[in-house]
Design a protein around this ligand. Sequence first.
Ligand code: FE
Length: 187
Amino acid sequence: MSTSAAGVVTGLLATAGAQDYLGEPVTVLDHLLQAGSLAEAAGAAPALVAAALLHDVGHLLGECGTAELSGEFLMAGSDNRHSIRGAAWLSGWFGPEVTEPVRLHVAAKRYLCATEPAYYGLLSDASRYTLTVQGGPMTPAEAREFAALPFARQALDVRRWDDQAKDPAARPPGLAHFLPLLALLAS
Ligand code: FE
């Protein structure tokens, strides 16, 4: 990772510290650090730890690439775009092993709602709400298509850490802990 790329990624994540995470009891930065930490604790490959850490950067990017997070904007139905926008932005530095789980993490929620009856019950109220603007549970045909995608399994892993990473009492390591890993992966 070049110095400038490291600066851009960490600069964007730093803005996340002050941002509430749509209806959840943690900031976006807390949420992302918890997700990365859960991936690390699960023994995930470095690329998947990075994907977990960075999965919601799309929430921090405005239409023109400026940092932005508006709950009203998200509630208006744009939440299904954050995964695509985040993955596209990250592709400037990272390969598909990082960007694809990010791009697919919203689809993974729709997949799990369709294929695991108990999964919907695990979602937070805010996450249930956004499901409605993300297309709802997949149809059986959509679920088959999703399961056949490269990185589908990794996207499901990110999704489960995402769902768990909303604990106001968690004390994950700071961003500095993850910088060597990002530096190794980025080009
Ligand atoms: Fe998330």
